[in-house]
Design a protein around this ligand. Sequence first.
Ligand SMILES: NC(=O)c1ccc[n+]([C@@H]2O[C@H](COP(=O)([O-])OP(=O)(O)OC[C@H]3O[C@@H](n4cnc5c(N)ncnc54)[C@H](OP(=O)(O)O)[C@@H]3O)[C@@H](O)[C@H]2O)c1
Length: 328
Amino acid sequence: MKTALITGISGQDGSYLTELLLAKGYVVHGIVRRSSMIGNTSRLDAVYQDPHDSGRRLFLHHGDVTDAGLLVNLIRDIRPDEVYNLAAQSHVRVSFDLPDYTANVTALGAIRLLEAVRASGIDTRIYQASTSEMFGTAAPPQHETTVFHPRSPYGVSKLFAHWATVNYRESYGMFAVNGIAFNHESPRRGETFVTRKITRAVARIAAGLEKRVYLGNLDAVRDWGYAPEYAEAMWLMLQHGEPVDYVIATGRAATVRDFADAAFSHAGLDWRDHVEHDDRYERPAEVPELVGDPAKIEREIGWKARVYWDELARIMVDADRNALRSGT
Ligand SMILES: NC(=O)c1ccc[n+]([C@@H]2O[C@H](COP(=O)([O-])OP(=O)(O)OC[C@H]3O[C@@H](n4cnc5c(N)ncnc54)[C@H](OP(=O)(O)O)[C@@H]3O)[C@@H](O)[C@H]2O)c1
């Protein structure tokens, strides 16, 4: 039975990865931030196991990737076969307001974790959640050898973490890999990310609870995939024979306007009647077009996206409308 440690287990990807690993028979440990409310693990509700259950395989530990001592102790105690570093201040727009904090969590958090694994001296495979935001203004389609040009404190922080992962692999021979994931969404996406903001608004407008939603740049082009499939890619990368970095993407893209159109149309609404612009959601430096080239991961690992952005919009609208109806 394999053991995995997931930082960011309470996030969108962490919750899908936990379900995947538990289904594969893993023992899963996750780091959750202490909160004054218990709601910050709600994405894990479906797989939560009571601490008193004998035979449970999911263990949650209070912690934070800003606490190096905690990471060392946890890794020494758990001795995981696989570590997935998904913890991050992951919101690009917010990273302009919290640059120092974003760097501490998203950049330094990764090197703390790498160093904790190295110091523990155990044979562990590490997945680092890199991002298409590291490409910034690089011309699409972006692939593994495209030159990085990040355009936000988030992108810069992730690039540090990316190169730290490469450096630990090259310096110490560690099996440490970067999944350069393009945007991936789901009904569990955080409510302030643009896709989920749109699909929640569609549900509330269709129910007569709201009239409009305020968005920033409608021209931004993104390659949106379906988050559960990206959790599969993460796992597959750690089962591979060699430690290799891969772009994880669908290869198809649309504008925010296209996504809004698909989402509103699915509920029988016209986005032009309900979407308004608000400068507050513009970034100081925009990333115009992110479209991934997934040829390498398709060829070498056999992973391929199955859900594309328009179906994704419909999945998310249906989920938000059902949640509203059932009051969940
Ligand atoms: N989704 C995407 O499109 C995408 C694309 C490329 C890369 N990524 C990266 O992939 C990872 C997973 O993405 P996601 O969409 O699942 O993000 P998410 O929903 O925002 O989840 C982030 C997770 O990190 C945790 N976290 C934040 N600060 C922390 C800290 N100081 N110590 C420990 N944990 C902390 C959060 O805990 P709380 O629940 O307490 O906030 C949450 O569990 C992130 O690193 C993200 O940057 C995501």
